[in-house]
Ligand binder design. Structure first.
Ligand SMILES: Cc1cc2nc3c(=O)[nH]c(=O)nc-3n(C[C@H](O)[C@H](O)[C@H](O)COP(=O)(O)O)c2cc1C
Length: 171
């Protein structure tokens, strides 16, 4: 899975990806990090909210936090390119997991952006956690989603100035 991630498109070969694996008891400690960060940023958080933060990492045996450790002053590679590359790496991990017969889900939320969480994971405030990948053996098939028709999302732009009808957002 991580080899697949390291094959991700990478503008400038900066290798901005970091893969932070959390398993076993470390998941309990990550839950504590989530709960402390929530308490600090949200004074209205109840004990039930904090308990829900504590339990989050316990939903799968392996969590991989995928981060972009960014070069902010690169002369030609913008930060967004580095973050997108980390997104590709996250997707490659999910595809790798599926190919190996595991299940996985990409989750984000406030714990991706909280500076205290980043710091606890060894990241700087300017780095991005692009997602937490929750990975494990599937207990049941996940519900299938309707997939869009690619044609509904695609226009062939000719540049000849013809009336252009923007593709509407899928319903
Ligand atoms: C960047 C990103 C962030 C996501 N964050 C969440 C999230 O926080 N919570 C959630 O339920 N699904 C989130 N999803 C969607 C799930 O990862 C997943 O795509 C969805 O459950 C449907 O599964 P499927 O894509 O295998 O059909 C996110 C997806 C992406 C790409």
């Amino acid at each position: 899975m991580l080899e697949a991630a390291c094959r991700s498109p990478d503008h400038g070969a900066l290798r901005p990806w970091r893969f932070i694996t959390v398993r076993g008891d470390a998941r309990i400690r990550l839950g504590e990090v989530f709960a402390r960060a929530r308490a600090q940023r949200d004074s209205s958080a109840t004990e039930a909210d904090l308990e829900s933060e504590r339990r989050k990492p316990l939903r799968a045996p392996l969590i991989i936090a995928v981060a972009a450790v960014v070069t902010t002053d690169h002369p030609s590679v913008r930060v967004i390119d580095q973050v997108l590359s980390a997104g590709c790496a996250a997707h490659a991990i999910l595809l790798g997991a599926q190919a190996l017969g595991y299940g996985g889900i990409w989750l984000t939320g406030s714990n991706c952006h909280d500076p205290n969480v980043k710091s606890a994971l060894g990241l700087r405030a300017e780095d991005s956690i692009v997602g937490y990948l929750y990975l494990g053996t599937l207990l049941q098939e996940p519900p299938s989603r309707e997939r869009p028709d690619p044609d509904a999302l695609t226009v062939a732009w000719s540049g000849r100035g013809e009336a252009f009808e923007p593709v509407s957002a899928p319903k």
